[in-house]
Design a protein around this ligand. Structure first.
Ligand code: NAD
Length: 365
């Protein structure tokens, strides 16, 4: 057979990356005139059309962007499955600085790429994008959620995301301390963006003691003052003596180095793909006795919120479904304890089981 020189500059073929976690499709979107460099990943569509967020970030390399979108799309598959939604998993990234490079034209051009997929993929917001941006994308395609309420969408999903994380945190507290109250507990929130700030608000309303940090130190100081929290430098967040660590920035902040430094009983936050190396870090956390709330499970509130646009739920129904994250988290923690499995693995198994079951349903019809 002809040997194809298919290695990327980083040494692994794109198809090897796709094979690793059974990704279905990767779409590269390029418009030099508008400065668009984007990647769409579709992981699995067994349960329904793939849905995932659009992240705009200053990736240092194309490899970094591709790896991020592959990870994001896989976690969306599991998130939809474990939450009981009829959706598959996808994701998209635009390489660029959202504070400088984001324009209406760029987003609308990207919207055309989404449209060309004919509904196999539905886009929503993520880091670096917001409901207004989804409104621009809506001008080019109907396959978009999280658009402003004023134009018939479900609006900002981040309060629901934060509420789900809060529910997951409470489920962990109940497991460890017998009570789900967070009053008096010390919580460190890493990343005070859209979700992080709303989580801080919920925690402050319950009289938790809060530390927080953000790359934007000015913003961290402002949010700290607003909620009577303590702002700390980014590098210091891992060394605090706390009850709960809540990663709400980007993924990969839980790694061998930071696990060695963390002095907390629980990790529960909104960031997608918190474990840098799922297997290695998941087992290490278990050995160290730190209870890890699987990210894709407890941060599903935002997905539930945008799903309501597709199926016609109202806000009340979305909140009710998000409250269920408490029960599912407790179920996962029980399974993890009984079967001596890292919590992420217990959650992955439950999510994969539903996909396998529904695949059988569909193949027999
Ligand atoms: N938006 C949602 O509804 C939603 C839903 C599920 C999961 N998530 C995930 O939650 C996380 C936060 O989402 P968001 O919508 O709040 O994003 P955002 O862009 O509004 O906020 C992210 C914040 O993290 C800060 N940050 C980035 N790296 C940091 C670091 N190393 N240390 C400290 N701060 C850092 C940024 O400055 C920013 O303020 C992301 O990982 C996202 O994928 C979001």
């Amino acid at each position: 057979m002809l040997e194809v020189k298919d290695q990327t500059s980083w040494g692994t073929s794109v198809f090897d990356h796709l094979s690793k976690n059974n990704h279905k499709k990767l779409v590269f979107c390029h418009d030099p005139e508008l400065g668009l460099k984007a990647i769409i990943a579709i992981h699995d569509t067994t349960l329904g059309p793939a849905l995932g967020g659009l992240r705009m970030w200053k990736y240092q390399t194309e490899q970094e962007a591709m790896e991020d979108v592959l990870r994001l799309s896989r976690s969306m598959t599991y998130k939809a499955s474990i939450t009981g939604l009829n959706l598959g998993g996808g994701g998209a990234v635009i390489i660029g600085d959202s504070s400088k490079d984001k324009t209406e034209a760029l987003l609308r051009r990207f919207g055309r790429y989404i449209d060309s997929l004919n509904g196999e993929f539905i886009i929503g917001g993520d880091v670096g994008t917001n409901p207004k941006d989804m409104g621009f994308i809506r001008m080019e395609t109907e396959y978009v959620v999280g658009v402003p309420e004023a134009v018939g969408g479900s609006g900002d999903p981040t309060p629901v995301s934060a509420y789900g994380v809060y529910m997951g945190m409470k489920a962990c507290a109940k497991e460890l301390w017998g009570m789900d109250s967070l009053a008096g507990k010390t919580v460190a929130v890493q990343g005070i963006g859209n979700v992080g700030e709303k989580l801080v608000k919920l925690l402050s309303e319950e009289d938790a003691r809060i530390y927080l940090c953000d790359l934007d130190e000015e913003r961290a100081a402002q949010v700290a003052a607003k909620y009577d929290a303590i702002a700390v430098p980014n590098h210091a967040i891992y060394d605090l003596d706390i009850d709960i660590f809540a990663p709400c920035a980007l993924g990969g902040t839980i790694n061998t180095d930071t696990i060695g430094r963390l002095k907390c009983a629980i990790i529960a936050g909104s960031a997608n793909n918190q474990l840098d190396d799922e297997l290695l870090n998941g087992e290490l956390l278990m050995e160290k006795g730190i209870l890890y709330a699987p990210d894709f499970l407890i941060n599903a509130g935002g997905l539930i919120s945008v799903y309501s646009e597709l199926v016609g739920f109202n806000k009340k129904q979305a909140i009710h479904l998000t409250e269920h994250i408490y029960d599912v988290t407790r179920e996962i923690l029980r399974k993890s304890k009984q079967e001596q499995l890292p919590t992420f693995q217990a959650a992955n198994m439950l999510a994969q089981q539903r996909i396998n079951d529904i695949r059988k349903v569909k193949s027999n019809s």
